[in-house]
Design a binder for this molecule. Sequence first.
Ligand code: HEC
Ligand code: HEC
Ligand code: HEC
Length: 470
Amino acid sequence: MIKGLKTALGAVTVGLLAGASLAHAQGADTELVKKGEYVARLGDCVACHTALHGQVYAGGLTIETPVGTIYSTNITPDPTYGIGSYTLEDFDKAIRHGVRKDGSSLYPAMPYPSFARMSDEDIKALYAYFMHGVKPVAQPNKPVGISWPLSMRWPLSIWRSTFAPTPKPFTPAPGTDAEIARGEYLVTGPGHCGACHTPRGLGMQEKALDASGGADFLAGGAPIDNWIAPSLRNDPVVGIGRWSEEDLYLFLKSGRTDHSAVFGGMADVVGWSTQYFTDADLHAMAKYLKALPPVPPSRGDYTYDASTAQALDSGNTSAPGAATYVEQCAICHRNDGGGVGRMFPPLAGNSVVVTDNPTSVAHIIVAGGVLPPTNWAPSAVAMPGYKSVLSDQQIADVVNFIRTSWGNKAPANVTASDIQKLRVNHAPISTTSWGFGGDATATWGVFHPQPYGSGWTFAPQTHTGEDAAQ
Ligand code: HEC
Ligand code: HEC
Ligand code: HEC
């Protein structure tokens, strides 16, 4: 089955790339259009502006918010339904200022607070690409599914003036190494990494848009679609402190390293965006992340503890969750929690396994995942979902088991009821340590649309109108 999936995914990926050719570029500045195509990869525009099974850039992707549903819009150059009539200025207003052509404010699901840092040259290239490199699609936008009075867009302009920075193209601090400066531009600007990786304040604004905001910057976000983006700071346990620059490069290029495999929302990022970055840009981002100011380690350092493997090897499965682990998980993740290099990620010492909030870990066990095929590592490897194989109690126990074995030190506090809510209501597991006071699901304010979240997990066929592989 995995092999069939792999072949299908491979074929579709090739189709998608061919479809994105510059067929419409005649007469336009082809170099500029080409550069714009690359900038569109940097900004991952396709991930949000393409619906499930929809046409590329024609919009219509459903984004659920606590007050109702919004949809991404058609950004193909169709003059009636898309942005074909937008001037460069109109386009810039939407991308960097969050203002539509009609003057109303965009929902911050469009990450314009980050895009505000993009350079004039990149905006010009992006515009050339959307006007001349993208196929027009005559598909009307869907009306926002939020009822009056919450549907009024004027509160968004208050949000915008309060929380979105006045667009000012990025300028590095004087004396910054040129490669690190490029990395900072990519991470904080078009790459909008903080949209998921930086915690949000009460207004749902990112608490820091760059390192000048202190330890909050890229300190890890709240659940989005039940996936948690962990800290990208150099904490050795919950962050990337034990990752080398090369690990980061490999992860962003291929989705897999010896320590970890990409999943959830990050699989979309690698699958649609970072795998296409140049090596120079990937190294620049890795270098920048490793050069961020140190943060105090929140849970000491990680040391491997061999006693779990010894117990499992000798047949001792008395610890809650251990028997389930041996029966269901050890074939891939192994008794020693070490996984199988670049195929099945290790669980021992893996930062995503020990994040404060266990939602992601529980979610991948409930729902499973597919390690996206990338040009660099073309095999699609799958993790089965256990929602109809294991009971809520068994899943809770195995989550607690992997969070406390092999030297992993996370609270073992997931209950069967947490798993039931996750499985049935798709509710994230609440903890009190999310940085905005208690239960995040309860503190969504009425005017605070979920700022990011596209509700689907990477599969190339979802973006090409091809359902065959599903
Ligand atoms: C995280 C999801 C996301 C990403 C990434 C994203 N967008 Fe958007 N974008 C949206 C949503 C949602 C809207 C509609 C918001 C609304 O209705 O208020 C939008 C609106 C827009 C609009 C305004 C269209 C109009 O109706 O005036 C433009 C133009 C646009 N995006 C272009 C881009 C480009 C170019 C990129 C890549 C550089 C990009 N977007 C990346 C989610 C995203
Ligand atoms: C759509 C939300 C989203 C965006 C945008 C995003 N990430 Fe992630 N990221 C995640 C999630 C969820 C995870 C956890 C799953 C995993 O490890 O693959 C993650 C994990 C990671 C990891 C692995 C961390 C670890 O400890 O295992 C790295 C490195 C990373 N992201 C880098 C980036 C960079 C660089 C960017 C910007 C180019 C970025 N991310 C943008 C959601 C996101
Ligand atoms: C058939 C092999 C296989 C089995 C069996 C399996 N997994 Fe996985 N697991 C994977 C693969 C492949 C990934 C990467 C998935 C992705 O990228 O979406 C993964 C990812 C994970 C992750 C996220 C870690 C990371 O860095 O990506 C956790 C946690 C996890 N598995 C736990 C479990 C548990 C607990 C069980 C048993 C209930 C289990 N797995 C059974 C193959 C497997």
